[in-house]
Design a protein around this ligand. Structure first.
Ligand SMILES: [Zn+2]
Length: 403
């Protein structure tokens, strides 16, 4: 006897088949027990099975719960003032050099109490959940020094404890160089490696380490120094790469079997070939492209030609992507980058799971996986990437329970 049986629904399993990238099952049914999917198939194939609760969905679509695999959700305050400055003509680089940008959020984060940070972050998390997310990756990165980074990872952990969502914490170990370390870059990176990484590993506050490799952040050599130490400690790595310029970050990350390389507007073909070879997911962040009014798009056709899996995420952060809607990220990925609606949906489910190293647990609807589902009252799934400002799913099921 199963706990739940969902019937009379159209299912996008995201278990791709030749000619059917979404793995569609018409007139389908899903059996759930102990928070996990037991069976997925045609209603007729599941005839005779019994469950404590049977939900008929009147032809609605069921997809895996959405996965936002790249966010910076935990921060203090916001940067609406810089939004206004950019409208007056200042560039992101100029604002960063004038002490704005990440540095201003670091200060606001430091000045906020744990409770304030938790409540501000919870509001953003709930917006993503209302949009259909059942898994949200959250990076640290606004603490900069070991003590404050550990504090933020503690808040990320606390955030997940009271909400019906899977939080995946990532240590964003090299985000920005603090003003007081401008002349001591190597020393700062040494502190991160010697103090922060071992503490995070010991307390199991994150399993992945991220960095920002670009003109206004860290060099390729500095990032590699971090990756060498992080992989030695057993962390997986991921990288903000090739957002504003091509530094070869993605190619280097591929040498460390990176889970993902993120942004990638400026990646070249050698970089694409390298991440294809490593199985690294290209995480596309159209919200940042949109907010910064960038013009250089990531090379989508090149990713397709090389067979690079593409994920889509909000990159929710106070400066360059204050985006709180997963389906709007999908719409932007289609409209701004040229993804097909099927690619956008795979980008927030199956490929997003891969970008987090959780493809055995979530991202598709298959026996043994967590019963994280979204039920959408739509005519076609293409509508997920079509509406601008779509309301969330009719029903969100996390670990087998309505939420
Ligand atoms: Zn980011």
């Amino acid at each position: 006897m199963w706990d739940r049986l969902l019937v009379d629904c159209r299912i996008a399993t995201l278990e791709a088949r030749p000619g059917d990238p979404l793995g569609i099952i018409d007139n389908g049914a899903i059996g759930i027990a102990d928070g996990r999917i037991v069976r997925v198939g045609k209603r007729t194939e599941l005839a005779g099975t019994r469950a404590k609760q049977v939900d008929a969905h009147d032809g609605a679509w069921v997809t895996p719960g959405l996965i936002d695999c790249h966010t910076h959700l935990v921060f203090g305050g916001n940067r609406a003032d810089e939004h206004a400055m950019r409208r007056a003509g200042a560039t992101y680089e100029a604002i960063a050099k004038a002490g704005g940008g990440i540095a201003s959020t670091v200060a606001k984060t430091k000045n906020a109490s744990d409770e304030e940070l938790l409540e501000q972050s919870r509001a953003r998390l709930r917006a993503l959940m209302a949009g259909g997310c059942t898994t949200v990756e959250v990076k640290s990165g606004y603490g900069l020094d070991p003590k404050n980074e550990l504090r933020l990872l503690g808040i990320v952990k606390a955030l997940g404890e009271d909400e019906a969502v899977r939080i995946v914490p990532t240590l964003l170990a090299l985000h920005a160089l603090p003003a007081e370390s401008q002349d001591r870059r190597a020393h700062y990176i040494g502190e991160v490696i010697d103090k922060l990484l071992p503490a995070v590993a010991k307390e199991r506050l994150a399993t992945s380490v991220d960095a920002y490799c670009d003109t206004i952040a860290f060099t390729l050599a500095e990032t590699e120094r971090l990756f060498l130490a992080a992989t030695d400690l057993g962390f997986r790595v991921k990288l903000h790469a090739e957002q504003l310029s091509n530094r070869g970050g993605a190619k280097m990350a591929a040498r460390y079997d990176a889970l993902s390389a993120d942004h990638l507007e400026h990646i070249d073909e050698a970089g694409v070939a390298a991440i294809a070879e490593a199985g690294t997911v290209a995480v596309l962040l159209p919200g940042a492209f949109y907010a910064l009014q960038e013009t250089k798009k990531p090379p989508i056709q090149m990713f397709r030609d090389h067979g690079v899996p593409m994920a889509v995420a909000t990159d929710c952060n106070p400066g360059t992507s204050p985006l709180l809607s997963p389906t709007l990220a999908m719409n932007m990925a289609c409209t701004l980058f040229g993804l097909t609606p099927e690619e956008a949906l795979a980008g927030m489910t199956a490929n997003a799971a891969r970008a987090l190293g959780l493809e055995d647990e979530i991202g598709t609807l298959a026996p043994g996986k967590a019963a994280d589902l979204a039920v959408w009252r739509l005519e076609s799934l293409a509508e997920l990437g079509y509406w601008i400002g779509l309301r969330g799913p009719e029903r969100r099921i996390f670990n087998g329970a309505d939420s």
